[in-house]
Design a protein around this ligand. Structure first.
Ligand code: FAD
Length: 343
């Protein structure tokens, strides 16, 4: 019988990436219903030093494939390694980040092991009710009590679709970074290390990495930011971001944006929050002159505290806000920046 909840943990330059820790957190929540162990799959070269961190964030076991071919992400060796792990262990569930790496490797692995893949999910849970079990069974699922329900936006984010993979294993999904929550770090947690050998041949390394060049542009990673001040069309134009930046500087926050401003060329795309931008989960999200369209809210509703400023008191953003200020951003933001600096 297929068993275990597996998370493919990404590393870059030998450091485990946040999305992997978020997925381990989600796997521990699925474990509460499925009662299977959580396995972290770590691929890289000379990365054993990162293993303990995976236990601290909830992994029961770590499958480590340590090989020079896995130092940087290359499609073929990564696909081969994950495929061989699936063939050796027969996991029930396998999760990947919906990052550039996960989006590249997961469909190839799914195709090689002849299973399905639900891409870009934002919610996962085990089937629980009799009605769900009956539905699963009617679709050919042998054990509906072990069925994973995977939710993702569809039709431009206007509906949320729940999908399942009833007949083949593993049940696989890519999950958007920033959506799931890490569990509290516990440095006393220990686990079991499994070293897994993959018999790579020269033919597997079908590209040669000559150099890794870091982008010159200071790109932001909003998914890691604790505080975000975001501007929408209501700020009036590209110069409106001067007041957004001023408040953000005063707070030590990152600047975010709605898609309307990105499409208008007021700010770079890597600042966009929402369904087709980043999913963020900061301690504070300030939405300034943002209406609160469903596609924007999909990217920020997991924020701890949401404060919104909008001149229209019926703007939908207020429905997801802890504190709403009805007023003109051009009057409020400069005063706010000044007040924060005085504070
Ligand atoms: P508007 O909807 O125009 O809202 C501006 C708001 O500012 C209004 O509520 C207005 O009352 C207020 N306002 C105006 N002047 C002032 C003022 N002086 N002071 C205070 N308030 C003021 N959007 C995203 O943001 N992220 C996405 O990832 C995303 N993905 C999408 C994917 C698809 C497939 C589609 C179809 C759409 C997507 N959108 C996305 C677009 C989304 O539907 C909205 O069009 C967009 O979020 C609107 O941006 P906005 O709130 O800045 O602008």
């Amino acid at each position: 019988m297929s068993k275990g909840i597996y998370v493919v943990v990404e590393q870059r330059s030998g450091k485990v990436q946040n999305v992997g820790l978020e997925l381990i957190g989600e796997a521990t929540r699925l474990k509460a219903d499925l009662k299977d162990d959580v396995y972290a799959v770590l691929l890289g070269s000379d990365i054993e030093g990162e293993v303990d961190k995976l236990y601290h964030y909830g992994a029961d076991k770590v499958i480590l494939v340590d090989h020079p071919y896995l130092k940087e992400y290359v499609t073929e060796p990564y696909t081969k390694a994950v495929t061989e792990i699936i063939k050796a262990y027969d996991p029930e569930i396998m999760l990947f980040g919906a990052s550039s790496i996960g989006r590249d490797v997961a469909p190839r692995v799914a195709s090689r092991v002849r299973t399905g893949l639900v891409a870009d999910t934002t919610g996962l849970r085990m089937a629980k009710t009799q009605e769900e079990y009956d539905k699963e069974a009617s679709m050919g699922c042998a054990d509906p009590t072990r069925a994973l329900l995977m939710t993702r936006p569809a039709f431009g984010g206007n509906i949320m679709a729940t999908l399942m993979c009833p007949r083949t294993k593993p049940q696989m999904a890519t999950v958007r970074p920033g959506v799931m929550k890490r569990i509290e770090k516990d440095e006393t947690r220990k686990g079991e290390l499994i070293k897994f050998d993959v018999n790579f041949t020269e033919a597997d390394m079908n590209v040669e990495i000559l150099e890794v060049v870091k982008s010159d542009k200071k790109s932001v990673d909003l998914t890691e930011a604790k505080l975000i001040v975001s501007g929408g069309r209501g700020i009036g134009g590209p110069q409106g971001f001067d007041m957004i930046r001023d408040v953000a500087d005063a707070l030590g926050a990152e600047v975010g944006s709605s898609r309307a401003c990105v499409d208008a060329g007021w700010i770079e795309k890597d600042r966009q929050v929402g369904q087709t931008g980043k999913t963020v989960r900061p301690d504070l999200y300030m939405a300034c002159g943002i209406s609160g369209a469903i596609q924007h809210v999909a990217g920020m509703e997991g924020s701890e505290l949401v404060i919104s400023i909008n001149k229209n008191d019926t703007a939908p953003i207020f429905e997801v806000s802890d504190l709403g200020i009805v007023g003109d951003v051009k009057q409020i933001l400069p005063k706010l920046a000044e007040a924060i600096r005085k504070y």
